[in-house]
Design a binder for this molecule. Structure first.
Ligand code: URA
Length: 434
């Protein structure tokens, strides 16, 4: 069967054979199947989906595109967390060191910004010197010696996802349950974990816009994990507004540090603890949720979690001082404020628009080869439910000048809705799925 015939079969709603799927992914990974054919296939899958057998074959082929690590030389249950993508979601940067400081090893293979969402790797790279492309040997060593290591896919670890992720990012094929589930689970299963906590985002800034779809995505990934013998727990969490107060790479590193200092906004702090509790439970380090929470609060209070972040930064060739002396992080040269035009309450924030405004400013990529500006982004001065007066700043835009700043400010103004009545606040953690 030729690639053309396979694409046509999927386009017409027919079923693909697992062996053909394996060949197609292999061909894409080694370059014998061109990106335009994979892009067409992803669009066909977007409209026609994959049945469970096809999805298992697709995920398995992505996983087998590289090596599958065995980290059994590191004692303990190794647990990772992965988010399905949001705006202002800097949790991995604070969660990994916090959980590692409690003694649970955290091997973490992360992604770059995708569509309107930010990526952990881009955020980490805003720390001067930080390297995300370590060798597998170094990754193993750091998981064993430091207790956490955060890297990107390599030529040997889930290379199919690395290539496909970048292609989906620019072909409007990200928000598709089977493609997200196989992308996340293939790289997570390759990294050598025993268990996984998923943060499945739902809302205007997530790829899943309804709780039903988020639940389906969570269950799909839990089933893939179960088939591969891994314990997976998922939290479905709110992404109807950006998480925390900052959006943009260096700004988000700064906010993650604030979480580890115990001085960050309530939402980002609470989500960090909630996911940490799940990780400690899966890692067999806590007898129950309240014991887990106490341990996590303990390592924040004692400073051990921030020290662990410094150790990770140092061992990954970054400047460990940059996460305590935040002036060492890249800073934009200018700020411009977006002001409210009426009195009332912030009733909604169109979160995908905020993410896309960030991409337009240079915090994310518009093309596969776009360069990111780590210093730019937004400080959200007001969030949903906050009272606002006409003329009060809604957002501070951190930028370096250029022709797009006015457009970005206009987008942000349009993203904020202000109403006379105080809105009902949505819950941050909506559901737990096991
Ligand atoms: N995160 C991933 O790793 N992959 C996706 O497809 C979406 C979010």
């Amino acid at each position: 069967v030729t690639p053309y015939e396979l694409i046509k079969r999927k386009r017409d709603g027919l079923t693909l054979d697992p062996a053909d799927i394996a060949r197609f992914i292999q061909g894409f990974t080694d370059g014998s199947i061109p990106e335009y054919q994979m892009a067409a296939m992803c669009m066909a899958i977007f409209f026609r989906s994959l049945n469970p057998t096809e999805l298992a074959a697709w995920t398995e082929a992505m996983l087998r595109s590289g090596e599958v690590l065995d980290l059994s030389e590191t004692p303990g249950i190794k647990v990772d967390k992965h988010s399905t993508g949001g705006v202002g979601d800097k949790i991995s940067l604070c969660l990994a060191p916090m959980v590692a400081a409690c003694g649970v090893p955290v091997p973490m293979i992360s992604g770059r910004g995708l569509g309107h969402t930010g990526g952990t790797l881009d955020k980490l790279e805003s720390i001067p010197g930080f390297k995300v492309n370590l060798s597998v040997a170094d990754y193993r060593k750091l998981v064993r010696e430091v207790g956490a290591c955060l890297i990107g896919q390599t030529a040997t670890l889930a290379p199919a996802d690395k290539k496909l992720y970048a292609l989906r990012d620019v072909t409007a094929t990200v928000d598709c349950i089977p493609l997200i589930a196989s992308s996340i689970m293939s790289k997570k299963m390759a990294e050598g974990i025993d268990a996984l906590v998923l943060d499945v985002k739902v809302g205007s800034g997530a790829f899943m816009k309804t709780v039903e779809n988020a639940r389906t995505l969570a269950r799909t990934m839990i089933e893939i994990g179960a088939k591969m013998g891994k314990k997976v727990t998922a939290l479905i969490t709110d992404m109807d507004q950006p998480l925390g107060k900052s959006v943009g790479n260096a700004l988000e590193v700064e906010e993650a540090v604030a979480v580890l200092r115990g001085t960050a906004a309530a939402d980002v702090t609470e989500l960090n603890y909630a996911l940490g509790v799940e990780m400690l439970l899966l890692g067999g380090r806590a007898v129950d949720a309240s014991d887990a929470r106490k341990q996590l609060e303990g390592v924040v209070r004692s400073g051990a979690a921030l020290k662990k972040l410094q150790e990770i930064v140092q061992r990954q060739h970054g400047d460990p001082e940059a996460v305590v002396d935040l002036r060492k992080l890249p800073r934009a040269s200018q700020t411009t404020q977006v002001l409210a035009e009426q009195d009332g309450y912030v009733s909604a924030i169109a979160t995908e628009s905020v993410g896309l405004a960030g991409v337009a400013l240079g915090a994310g990529r518009e093309r596969v080869d776009s360069l990111i500006d780590p210093s730019v982004g937004f400080t959200l001065e007001l969030k949903v439910g906050d009272a606002v007066k006409k003329g009060q700043p809604l957002v501070t835009v951190h930028h370096n000048g250029g022709p797009r700043v006015d457009d970005v400010c206009a987008r942000l103004k349009a993203a904020y809705s202000v109403s006379a009545a105080k809105p009902k606040l949505s819950q941050l953690i909506l559901e737990r799925v096991e």
